[in-house]
Write a protein that binds this ligand. Structure first.
Ligand code: NI
Length: 202
């Protein structure tokens, strides 16, 4: 059955991500929510329920906007990740049970995270990776990535282990970020919309 999301109609929004299927924007957990520290469980079978989760993750990621989102960030304890490192939402990539097989080189780039809104810091990661995963049909594949895509995949795989990019920062910096976000939550401050030019929001 095909239906249209009422929210889009009410807001009169023209969106380039209209698929005709009903999707849901999921609530993204914010640091220091302890659920972000869970190690996600592997997906045993990529079925319709998992595909629905994948669709919702893409919808939520594009809406934010971000370039990556892991299921653990929306309180779903599964090893499912979506990524789109393109400028124009043209390269959606689904990774179920992803594994990084090899890492090469090093580079430092500015990262942000939908779960740590408004924070952008330099993080050092491998420049190139080889990875494998299942796609949205449950078919295994293996590929290489470099640049922004490699950063995204490493960042998302960290989420599946309960690790956040702030873990790479100094204790002092992390404490400051934690205090700032806790204060924002107490005051009911909405997360600032990520600005792409400030860094990659993954
Ligand atoms: Ni993130």
């Amino acid at each position: 059955m095909v239906s249209v999301r009422p929210r889009r109609l009410l807001m009169g929004r023209s969106d380039d991500f209209v698929t005709g299927f009903t999707m849901t924007l999921l609530q993204v957990l914010r640091y220091p929510d302890p659920r972000l520290r869970h190690r996600a469980r592997p997906v045993e079978r990529v079925d319709d329920e998992v595909r629905r989760l994948i669709d919702d993750l893409f919808e939520t990621m594009y809406d934010a906007p971000g370039v990556g989102l892991a299921a653990v960030q929306v309180s779903v304890d599964r090893r499912v990740v979506v990524v789109d490192a393109s400028e124009d939402k043209s390269a959606p990539l689904t990774l179920v049970n992803p594994e990084i097989l090899g890492r090469e080189g090093e580079e430092e780039s500015q990262e942000g995270c939908l779960s740590v809104p408004g924070v952008y810091e330099m993080v050092r990661r491998a420049e190139r990776i080889r990875f494998r995963a299942l796609d949205r049909d449950g078919v295994p594949f293996e590929a290489d990535a470099e640049g922004l895509l490699a950063v995204c995949i490493q960042h998302e795989c960290d989420h599946l282990e309960g690790r956040l990019f702030v873990d790479y920062l100094s204790e002092l910096k992390r404490r400051r970020i934690r205090k700032r976000l806790e204060k924002q939550r107490r005051q009911g401050v909405e997360a600032p919309a990520p600005k792409r030019r400030e860094g990659t929001v993954i």
